[in-house]
Design a protein around this ligand. Sequence first.
Ligand code: HEC
Ligand code: HEC
Length: 267
Amino acid sequence: MKHPKHSCRVWNDRPGTVLFAFLILFTNGTMLAQELGDHQYTSESIQAGLRVYSRECALCHGPAGDLVSGINLARGEFRTASSDDDLRSVITEGRAQGQMPAFALREEELSGVIAYIRAGLDPDGVAVRIGDPVRGKALFEGRGECADCHRVNGVGPRTAPDLSEIGVMRSPVSLQLNLIDPGAAILPINRPVRIVTRNEETITGRRLNEDTYTVQLIDSEERLRSLQKSDLVTYEISDQPSKQPTSLSSDEVADVIGYLLTLRGAP
Ligand code: HEC
Ligand code: HEC
């Protein structure tokens, strides 16, 4: 039997595209450095927050943030708060008749302590800004166009991963990366594939699973396909994500992340 050709090369491997690809990479890289600045708290802010936290908060919440029952500041588990603005109100207004006191902090101290909480109480951590989940949901379904590709709680297409449980599966940092630099965030298994079968059918889609002899994918018509590799003439895996970095502003991305973090599967 003649062995079928399994080529696992990348799309767009024509020589002329190399310079172009380089330019894209380059501009992307510059953009990313600036963009991240707006999307994340600075390390100075986190350090300032550490000082405020040790002085004002550690007494009750403990150095690891887990001493008040039902609250784990390091893991982002609160009672009522979810967005950074909610944290602001909790800290400036207090809660539970003053058991959680109201603090009159300077602006740098206030945003610093929020940054330190978002960094997981790790002074060297990364602190992603987290916005309002209600606004985030509206953006997800509207201008952000996320719902054009993603399914949530039984609604939406199957061409992209179902996000119903994404809030427990991924950290804010990885969610953020997926939105602003999808090429860096893409999981190998999720890469787009293009397949030509021996019957000369061309199939494009998103890979779900693969073993030595078979590959499972969702094709562009949202059908689940399982193919024998021995029936394939061409099997190409793209290293390009099938989506562009989002055009939403950094405030809007923070809101969408706030919404994604509420997606935690069936209650
Ligand atoms: C005197 C003890 C005390 C101090 C000091 C204190 N907290 Fe609290 N904190 C509490 C208690 C008690 C609660 C739970 C309130 C409730 O029952 O809703 C709480 C709740 C919270 C919550 C969760 C609120 C919610 O509804 O989700 C956050 C966030 C928080 N504190 C942050 C801080 C920060 C930041 C500081 C320092 C600037 C701080 N706390 C200082 C006692 C304290
Ligand atoms: C053109 C279709 C498309 C659009 C529009 C789109 N995505 Fe995606 N998204 C994908 C595909 C395909 C993947 C899987 C490949 C990858 O990881 O890049 C994905 C991956 C993801 C992941 C990672 C899933 C995981 O398992 O880690 C998240 C989170 C996500 N998208 C959120 C969003 C949000 C939020 C928006 C709107 C701002 C959005 N996407 C817009 C197609 C899309």
